[in-house]
Design a protein around this ligand. Structure first.
Ligand SMILES: Cc1ncc(COP(=O)(O)O)c(C=O)c1O
Length: 439
C-alpha cells in the first residue's frame, strides 16, 4: 500500500500530465488503478487490492512480475554498471539466443523500443531497395513511427473501398508525403492485397506485416494471405518485414515460424527484454549488412544512447532461457483451456460474442468473430457490453485492458485461468440477451 489512494495520486497527476497520464494507452475509466508492486501473476493496487494481471504491461511480462531469474541477473548487473559506451558480452549472448531460435535471423541490432525496431527495419528495407514507400494492414499497430501510423484509426467515414482502403492520416498535420508513401492493405483479402502490391510495388520498400495484428482484432492472418503478399512482394522486389514485437510470444521460433511466413527482416521487442525496455531488428546477414561499416557503409547508421544497455540484455537472456519449447507448450495449453471455457460460456448464454487469438493471447469480442479490421468495429451496444465486461473483470479482481485482450504468463496455472473463465461465465449469465428478450 502507498500513503495515497489511486484517486489522490490521479489528482496530483492531473497537475503534471496532460489528462493525468503519460501514455494514451493507460486505462482510466474514470481513474487509473495505480500499482505499487507485482508478484508472479498478480499485481497490487495503491489500495492494496490484488489483481490477476491479464494485461502483462501490453503482453511484455510473459513470466509475470518479479521473475526470480530476471531479478538475479539484473541485480548482478546493477552492481557491475548499468550502461557503457563500450559493448558488453551480454549483448552478444542475447543476440545469440535470438538468432539461435528464429529461422531467418543471422544478425541482430538492438534498440530500446518496438517502435525503433520497426523504424530501423523500414529504413533497412529502404536502403536495400532505394524506395521509400511501405504497405501495411488497415488498422494494424506497429508503434509510433509516422509511416506505420497511417490507417491505424481509419473509420467508416474515412476508410473508403474495402478492396483498396484509403491511407488515412493518424494525426492532424501528419505530412501528406508520409500518407502518400503508404499503401493500405485489407487483412485476409489475398487478391486485393496482391493486386495493390503489384500496382504500387515500384515505389514500395517493404510490406510490414504482423501475422496476428492485435488492434485489427487479434485475428490471425490466413496462410493463403501471407503466401499471396509474400509472392507479390518478391515479384516486385519489395521486402517483407515481420513485426513480431508483440507476437514473438506465440512460440519458441516466434510468430513467423508459427505462421509459415519467411520474412526478409524482423522487428522484435517486448518479451526479449525480460520486462526492461528493448527492441531489435534482425534478418539475414546480407540484408542486415546495411547497418555495417564495412564496404563503405553503413547505408543506415543506427546508434542509440541506451541501445544494448546491459540491464535489458541480461534480463532478456534470463527470460528467454526459461522460454523453452516446454514452457511454450504449457502456455499453449493454458490458452486453449481458457479459449474453450470462454467459448463454452458464450454458447451456453447464447450471446453474440466470440474469442480470437492464439497461444497465450486471447481477445474477447462482443460480436460474432470478425475477419478483419472493419468487421471488428463495434456499434454502441457492443461497445457498452465490452465496457461492462472489463468492469466486471475488474470487480472480480482481474485486470483486462479495455480492448478485451487477455494475456497469459508462465506464472499462471489452471487455477488462475479458471478464475478468469468463472468471472466470464458469471458475466455472460448476467448479460441481457436480446435474442431471448425478442422471443
Ligand atoms: C505489433 C507492435 N509493434 C510495435 C510496437 C511498439 O513497441 P513499443 O511500444 O516498445 O515502441 C507494439 C507495441 O505495442 C506492437 O504491439
Amino acid at each position: 500500500m502507498t500513503k495515497s489512494s489511486s484517486n489522490q495520486i490521479f489528482d496530483r497527476a492531473k497537475r503534471v500530465f496532460p489528462d493525468g497520464t503519460t501514455r494514451i494507452t493507460v486505462d482510466r475509466d474514470p481513474t487509473p488503478i495505480y500499482v505499487t508492486r507485482g508478484e508472479g501473476a498478480w499485481l497490487f493496487s495503491a489500495e492494496g487490492r490484488p489483481y490477476l494481471d491479464c494485461h502483462g504491461n501490453f503482453t511484455v511480462l510473459i513470466h509475470g512480475h518479479a521473475f526470480a531469474p530476471v531479478i538475479e541477473a539484473v541485480e548482478r548487473q546493477l552492481r557491475l554498471g548499468t550502461c557503457f559506451a563500450n559493448p558488453t558480452e551480454a549483448e552478444v549472448e542475447l543476440a545469440e539466443r535470438i538468432a539461435g531460435r528464429v529461422p531467418g535471423v543471422d544478425h541482430v541490432r538492438f534498440v530500446n523500443t518496438g517502435t525503433e525496431a520497426v523504424m530501423f527495419a523500414i529504413k533497412a528495407a529502404r536502403a536495400v531497395t532505394g524506395r521509400s514507400g511501405i504497405a501495411k494492414i488497415e488498422g494494424a499497430y506497429h508503434g509510433a513511427y509516422d509511416w506505420v501510423e497511417v490507417s491505424q484509426t481509419s473509420s467508416p467515414a474515412t476508410w473508403g473501398d474495402a478492396a483498396a482502403p484509403n491511407s488515412v492520416p493518424f494525426y492532424r498535420g501528419m505530412p501528406a508525403a508520409v500518407v502518400e508513401d503508404v499503401v493500405t492493405l485489407p487483412l485476409n483479402d489475398p487478391e486485393a492485397a496482391a493486386r495493390l502490391i503489384h500496382q504500387h510495388g515500384h515505389r514500395l520498400a517493404a510490406v510490414v506485416i504482423d501475422p496476428m495484428p492485435s488492434r485489427v482484432g487479434l485475428i490471425p492472418a490466413d496462410p493463403g494471405f501471407l503466401e499471396a503478399i509474400s509472392t507479390a512482394a518478391r515479384a516486385k522486389g519489395v521486402l517483407v518485414i515481420a513485426d513480431e514485437v508483440l507476437n514473438f510470444r506465440l512460440g519458441h521460433g516466434g510468430a513467423s515460424a508459427r505462421f509459415g511466413l519467411r520474412p526478409d527482416l524482423f522487428a522484435f521487442g517486448k518479451i526479449i527484454g525480460g520486462g526492461f525496455p528493448i527492441g531489435a531488428v534482425g534478418g539475414r546477414a546480407e540484408i542486415m549488412a546495411v547497418f555495417s561499416r564495412e564496404g563503405g557503409g553503413p547505408a543506415v547508421p543506427q546508434g542509440g544512447t541506451f541501445s544494448a544497455n546491459p540491464v535489458s540484455m541480461v534480463a532478456g537472456a534470463a527470460s528467454l532461457d526459461h522460454l523453452t519449447p516446454d514452457a511454450f507448450g504449457r502456455l499453449e495449453q493454458l490458452g486453449d483451456r481458457l479459449r474453450q471455457r470462454l467459448e463454452a460460456s458464450i454458447r451456453s448464454a447464447g450471446l453474440q460474442m466470440s474469442v480470437t487469438g492464439a497461444a497465450s493471447l486471447l481477445r474477447i469480442h462482443p460480436k460474432a468473430a470478425p475477419g478483419d479490421f472493419r468487421q471488428a468495429q463495434l456499434d454502441e451496444p457492443q461497445r457498452l457490453r465490452l465496457k461492462r465486461l472489463v468492469q466486471s473483470f475488474a470487480a472480480a479482481g482481474i485486470l483486462v485492458p479495455q480492448s478485451g485482450m487477455l494475456c497469459l504468463s508462465t506464472a499462471m496455472t489452471e487455477a488462475e485461468v479458471d478464475l478468469v473463465a468463472d468471472a466470464f461465465d458469471a458475466f455472460v449469465q448476467s448479460e441481457p440477451n436480446p435474442a431471448v428478450e425478442r422471443a
